[in-house]
Write a new protein. Structure first.
Length: 165
C-alpha cells in the first residue's frame, strides 16, 4: 500500500447541532482524517479535540446552530467553531480560554487530574474538562473571540490550530 500523502482539505458544517449530528460529524471527521492524515495517532488526537469543541458548543449554544470547520493544510490543522450564547456563557468562555492558555503542559495535566478527582459538574452538565483537554491535546493555545449580537446574546468563536506530530 503506498504511503498516505497530506492534501489540503476542509470539512464544514453549518446548522443545528444535536447529539446525533455530533456523532455523525465525528464519524465524518474520522473518515476524512484516516484518508488525509499520515499517522493514526494524530487521528485520535484531532478527533478528540473536535469532539470537545462540538460538545462545548452544543452545551452552551443559545440557538442550537453552529458553524464548524476542520481545515488541513500541509501539516497544520485548524478546527474552528462558532455559536450563539448567553452573555454569561460568552464571559465564561473567555475566562476558561484565558486560564488554560496561561498554563504550562504540566499545569494542564495537573488541572485535568484534579478536575477528574473533583467530580463536580457545571450548570450545563459538563465536568469542566473540555478546554483543559483541548489545550493538552493541541499543544498550543486556544483562540477565542466573542461579539455582542444583542444585550443577551453573543457570537462565540473558538479556534485551535495544531501541528500534526
Amino acid at each position: 500500500m503506498p504511503p498516505k500523502t497530506m492534501e489540503n482539505n476542509t470539512t464544514r458544517y453549518e446548522g443545528l447541532l444535536s447529539s446525533e449530528v455530533r456523532i455523525q460529524l465525528t464519524d465524518l471527521l474520522k473518515a476524512v482524517a484516516l484518508t488525509s492524515v499520515p499517522q493514526r495517532s494524530n487521528v485520535k488526537r484531532l478527533c478528540s479535540i473536535a469532539i470537545e469543541m462540538l460538545d462545548n458548543a452544543q452545551r452552551h449554544c443559545s440557538k442550537g446552530k453552529v458553524n464548524f470547520a476542520w481545515t488541513l493544510i500541509g501539516n497544520t490543522i485548524t478546527i474552528r467553531i462558532e455559536n450563539r450564547a448567553s452573555a454569561n456563557d460568552a464571559e465564561r468562555l473567555m475566562a476558561a480560554v484565558e486560564m488554560v492558555n496561561g498554563m504550562s503542559p504540566d499545569e494542564l495535566s495537573a488541572a485535568f487530574r484534579n478536575q477528574l478527582e473533583n467530580g463536580t459538574f457545571g450548570e450545563h452538565g459538563g465536568a469542566g474538562l473540555g478546554f483543559i483537554d483541548i489545550a493538552r491535546k493541541s499543544h498550543g493555545g486556544i483562540n477565542a473571540e466573542v461579539f455582542p449580537l444583542s444585550e443577551n446574546e453573543w457570537l462565540c468563536r473558538s479556534q485551535v490550530e495544531t501541528q500534526l506530530i
